[in-house]
Design a protein around this ligand. Structure first.
Ligand code: SF4
Ligand code: SF4
Length: 149
């Protein structure tokens, strides 16, 4: 994806940590169908409330409940928009310091890519993939373009 700017190394680092993965209503519908569950069953098994939103729960080792050892994301084709959009989060698109910290965390981001090139490529990806969010009550803030906040 996005040669020269970002290419995922499948290290799994972004699937660790509790609470970061917002599941929008659209994500939940897609994931429940992918997992062949009713919407209610999907939420019962895999999500928990976070204010007005829902988020994926983590397993006993602090990894996303949908992560599979040795195989990575267990729902790759249907994963939440926030997972599809990384590393093109609003903060990284707007702030070179944030991008620099993201480069330290994620080995998939080209260490040498200038911020303006990264931001341009990221905005193209978000537009092409339809990943921008609109509703701060149910979708990930980091996918809401700054002008819409
Ligand atoms: S941290 Fe980066 S390289 Fe590692 S799995 Fe996540 S997106 Fe891919
Ligand atoms: S849904 Fe997949 S990509 Fe997203 S955090 Fe969970 S395992 Fe990682």
């Amino acid at each position: 994806m996005t040669a020269g700017v970002f290419s995922c190394r499948m290290c799994g680092a972004c699937c660790e940590g509790a609470g970061g993965i917002v599941v929008s209503p659209e994500d939940a519908l897609r994931l429940s169908r992918f997992l062949d569950l009713s919407l209610e069953e999907f939420h019962d098994r895999y999500t928990e409330p976070s204010g007005t939103k829902r988020r994926l729960v983590s397993d006993g080792r602090g990894r996303c409940v949908l992560f599979r050892d040795g195989a990575g994301c267990g729902v790759h084709e249907a994963k939440p928009a926030v997972c599809k959009a990384w590393p093109f989060f609003r903060g990284n698109l707007m702030d070179p310091v944030s991008l620099s910290m993201a480069k330290d965390f994620c080995p998939g981001i080209d260490r040498d890519v200038p911020h303006d090139v990264f931001a341009r490529a990221g905005r193209d990806v978000l537009a092409r993939e339809g990943l921008a969010a609109r509703d701060p009550a149910t979708e990930a803030n980091t996918l809401i373009p700054d002008r819409e906040r």
